[in-house]
Structure formats: structure tokens, C-alpha cells
Write a protein that binds this ligand. Structure first.
Ligand code: SF4
Ligand code: SF4
Ligand code: FES
Length: 259
């Protein structure tokens, strides 16, 4: 039943004037919601308030992994609640979080292992992958998850780290894997190992870190700390911004006094 007296929270949802309403079911209760809403907004429209388990609303943080079914269809579907638009007959049941195995990295004898051996030692379950492709089909970021797991099995940590780079840690692949592999945790470990051991150190970052350690930015930070909120907003809004998609080294701000 459409609840007309709902106090909206979060993003304010104003349905288009001629919006068509569709029926969906949330935790077994039927609601009529505008067909243009995402799952999160439809749930808010129905009166739910998200105090936990909902983050960026922009498909980046991975906090809103969701399971759903469609009436009359036996399949179980997955998606990000902030990106997936509701469908007629959608039946929603959200679980609070996606548990995943995270290996213990503290063991010191691992420190000297090359990255490929370390990944194989920390996450031996990757060799149980049956190449079913469920993880790849599930991933809302369009990552070929099965392929990066195959790369880790072959010991190509750097390429696997690159191919998993867009992972938002939503955990949807993990909960669908019949081999109990925590793909996102393996990939995170691989990216960390690749960054610390396999890619050359960035001279720019090194130089900047040196400047930070030497106190180059202390006075600027102190100055910012003295400003009131309105002034901070003003300088934030009027700041010079790097154009989208500019190549490295192509753009520099006109005012370089803060670099
Ligand atoms: S790889 Fe897994 S955890 Fe990462 S975004 Fe894709 S489904 Fe989510
Ligand atoms: S879901 Fe698991 S078993 Fe299937 S391809 Fe992905 S990692 Fe391998
Ligand atoms: S709320 Fe961040 S990905 Fe959906």
C-alpha cells in the first residue's frame, strides 16, 4: 500500500509528475513505488530509513549489495541497491553484510616470500576455483573476477591486481562462489603486494612525502584550522580543478603557491 505520509530521509525522492507506480515486495510486505527509483530510494519511499549499510549512493563504496527475486522467476539476482532500478514484482530481502574470509598476514615468515607464493599460501582456496564464472556474472562493476583469480593461480600478481582495480568490495562475488573463495580479499592483498613490491616507486610521491615530513604544509593546515565553515566552503567551491581525463603532467594550477 502506498504510504502518503512518509517523512523522507537521505536523498529527497520526488517522483516525476506522471510517474507510473509498480508493486514490489520488501521483506514480505507489498508497496507501490515509482518505477524510476533505485532500490534504495524505493525502500525510503516505502518508509524505510537507512542508518547503516548504506554509503555513497553512487556505486562506489560497495555497502549496498542486495539480493532479490522477481515474482514467477526462480532465479536469485544480485545488484547494488543504489544502482539497480526497481522492477514490477521485485521481491527484496537485504542481508546486513557480506562476510568474507580474510587471511592473517601477521606471520613473519611470509614477509620474505615473493608475492605469488604469498598469495598462494594465504589463500590456498583459489586453487579450488571450478571456473564456473558466477563471480564474473555477479560483479556489478563488470570485472572479470574469474579471470583475475586465474591470474593469481598462475602467479601473475601484478596483472591480477590491475584487473581487479575497480573492485568496490561489495562482496557479491564472494557469497555466490561455490568454492568459498573470498575474491575481493585475495585481490586486495594482491594489490597491496603489487604496490609495495612489484611496481616502481613513484618519484613524485616520494618527493611529496619528503615535503610533508619536513613540515611544508603545517602553516597552511594551521591557517585552514582557523577558518570558519563558510570560508572553508567558499575556498573549496572556488578551487581550481583539474579537468576530467587530463593526462598526467598536462595540467597545473595557476596558483602554485600551495604545491
Ligand atoms: S569483484 Fe566482487 S567484491 Fe569486487 S566489485 Fe566485483 S562482485 Fe563486488
Ligand atoms: S565463483 Fe568461485 S569457483 Fe566460480 S569462477 Fe568465480 S572464483 Fe571460481
Ligand atoms: S551505497 Fe555505495 S555502492 Fe551503493
Amino acid at each position: 500500500m502506498l504510504n502518503e505520509n512518509i517523512a523522507m530521509v537521505g536523498d529527497r525522492t520526488i517522483p516525476p509528475k506522471d510517474a507510473r507506480f509498480i508493486s514490489i515486495s520488501i521483506m514480505g510486505q507489498e508497496y507501490k513505488v515509482p518505477e524510476t527509483l533505485t532500490i534504495i530510494k524505493a525502500m525510503e519511499y516505502a518508509g524505510y530509513q537507512f542508518k547503516r549499510g548504506c554509503g555513497c549512493r553512487g556505486g562506489i563504496c560497495g555497502a549496498c549489495g542486495t539480493f532479490y527475486r522477481i515474482q514467477g522467476d526462480h532465479n536469485l539476482y544480485t545488484g547494488l541497491a543504489c544502482q539497480t532500478v526497481v522492477q514490477p514484482g521485485m521481491n527484496l530481502a537485504q542481508i546486513p553484510f557480506f562476510p568474507a574470509n580474510r587471511a592473517d598476514h601477521v606471520d613473519l615468515h611470509l614477509e620474505k616470500m615473493p608475492p605469488d607464493e604469498r598469495i598462494a599460501t594465504l589463500y590456498p582456496e583459489i586453487f579450488k576455483c571450478v571456473a564456473c564464472g558466477t563471480c564474473t556474472r555477479t560483479c556489478p562493476m563488470g570485472i572479470d573476477v574469474m579471470n583475475y583469480i586465474a591470474l593469481f593461480k598462475r602467479g601473475d600478481i601484478l596483472e591480477g591486481a590491475k584487473q581487479s582495480f575497480d573492485c568496490i568490495m561489495c562482496g557479491l562475488c564472494v557469497v555466490r562462489c561455490p568454492a568459498n573463495i573470498s575474491q575481493m580479499k585475495v585481490a586486495m592483498a594482491a594489490r597491496r603486494l603489487a604496490a609495495t613490491q612489484l611496481v616502481p616507486r613513484s618519484k613524485v610521491t616520494k618527493d611529496r612525502a619528503k615535503l610533508v615530513r619536513e613540515g611544508r604544509y603545517e602553516a597552511m593546515l594551521a591557517e585552514l584550522g582557523q577558518m570558519d565553515t563558510d570560508k572553508l566552503k567558499e575556498i573549496y567551491v572556488s578551487r581550481e580543478r583539474e579537468p576530467n581525463l587530463s593526462e598526467p603532467g598536462e595540467w597545473m594550477p595557476k596558483d602554485q603557491s600551495h604545491l
